[in-house]
Design a protein around this ligand. Structure first.
Ligand code: AMP
Length: 141
């Protein structure tokens, strides 16, 4: 599959689409998933055009996974999680729906199940509050 520069995450990188950003540097961006499967569901993406895990230069992947670790630490703290699940879907057959490489960070609590994947858009105010919690945890690092 060719990279589509009009996909929604490319638009978020270019600031042409809104997002609740929690972390950004020259090569990487982290923001709240708009249809969170759990509270605190966060996405981390490289800023280079990459469809999926098979389409990203190793150096960019290294930077993206390092940021994923850093944001996961903040998400775990911000949501007092018992554990954190990191997921990456490559290819429609694997369930990928947005074709710009991304890592899901999902805080987990014993006994609390996931909501459905990419189904219900969360209220903007809720996402804003969750993003603020994560930003604060990042600065407390
Ligand atoms: P995947 O199915 O692994 O490609 O995951 C794509 C994720 O992107 C899903 O969890 C969606 O809820 C999420 N998503 C789709 N559009 C947006 C958006 N505009 N802003 C933030 N997250 C989004």
């Amino acid at each position: 599959m060719n990279y589509d520069a009009e996909n929604v995450f490319a638009k978020i990188i270019r600031d042409e689409a809104p997002a609740h950003r929690v972390y950004e540097d020259d090569s990487t961006l982290a923001f709240m998933d708009i249809m969170p499967q759990v509270d605190g569901h966060t996405l981390v993406i490289p800023k280079c055009p990459a469809v999926d895990l098979f389409d990203v230069p190793a150096e960019m992947l290294t930077r993206t996974i390092a940021v994923t670790q850093r944001v996961a630490v903040a998400v775990r703290s911000a949501f007092s999680a018992d554990g954190v699940m990191v997921a990456q879907l490559s290819g429609a057959a694997a369930g990928q729906t947005v074709f710009h490489l991304h890592f899901h960070i999902l805080p987990r609590h014993a006994g609390i199940d996931f909501r459905l994947h990419a189904k219900d858009v969360a209220p903007d105010a809720v996402l804003a509050e969750h993003a603020e919690r994560i930003r604060q945890a990042l600065t407390a690092d």
